[in-house]
Design a protein around this ligand. Structure first.
Ligand SMILES: [Zn+2]
Ligand SMILES: [Zn+2]
Length: 218
């Protein structure tokens, strides 16, 4: 199975990508599934899932949360996560039967570098994103060694915000994702597109919202 586990759509302020286009791109690239992880909303995931008519392709409904420890991807969610305290958010995700993944845990930006100190075993994530398309090589390598040190399953995701980014990083696994992560049987791969173009594009996307040039989706 080849899944891209980190994607945003125009339901995130920093993305202009419509769910239909995202689906078309990853399916053309031969993916078996994606996770749609918009910032603080399930709307993108739900919209994408509704558009997908292919039984051999899976759309995982998720969201990306900016918690007090760092960014977290909640996958397989039924309803939005309320808390932004990592411990509580992780519990909420698990209570729904979801998967907790630390997104780009070593991206050297305020709020994005995950604070691991004092994290109990009970609250360890299910997966750690070691290939993030918008994070530099050094940070991804650093995240990979963190996953090795903590014995946590690895994931890859493009952190897609625009069409050209979709499918650049991905996760390989067999069978069920949660089980594969648990057994450390996933592989992460990719060649990210970085922030050089994506950063300014996301900035303009947010600016256009702020200036009222376009209306928010959802
Ligand atoms: Zn993030
Ligand atoms: Zn993201």
């Amino acid at each position: 199975m080849k899944y891209d586990l980190h994607n945003h759509t125009w339901y995130s302020p920093c993305s202009l990508l419509n769910p239909q286009a995202l689906l078309a791109i990853v399916k053309k690239k031969g993916f078996d599934g994606i996770a749609v992880t918009d910032h603080d909303t399930l709307k993108g995931g739900l919209a994408t899932k509704k558009l997908n008519k292919d039984r051999d392709f899976e759309v995982i409904v998720g969201e990306e949360l900016h918690t007090d420890r760092g960014h977290v991807l909640g996958l397989y969610l039924q309803k939005p996560i309320r808390s932004r305290a990592y411990e509580e958010a992780a519990e909420e995700i698990h209570r729904q039967g979801g998967i907790v993944i630390l997104a780009h845990p070593r991206r050297p930006m305020p709020g994005a570098w995950f604070r691991m100190d004092g994290l109990g075993k009970r609250l360890m994530p299910d997966g750690l994103e070691v290939f993030n398309g918008r994070t530099g090589m050094w940070s991804n390598i650093h995240a990979d060694s963190l996953a090795n040190k903590l014995h946590i399953g690895k994931t890859g995701g493009s952190d897609t915000h625009f069409g050209y980014e979709a499918g650049s990083c991905y996760t390989h696994f067999e069978g069920d994702l949660a089980r594969a992560l648990n057994k450390k049987k996933t592989d992460a791969h990719g060649r990210g597109k970085g922030m050089l173009i994506g950063g300014p594009l996301s900035f303009l996307s947010k600016l256009s919202l702020k200036m009222g040039v376009r209306k928010p989706h959802g």
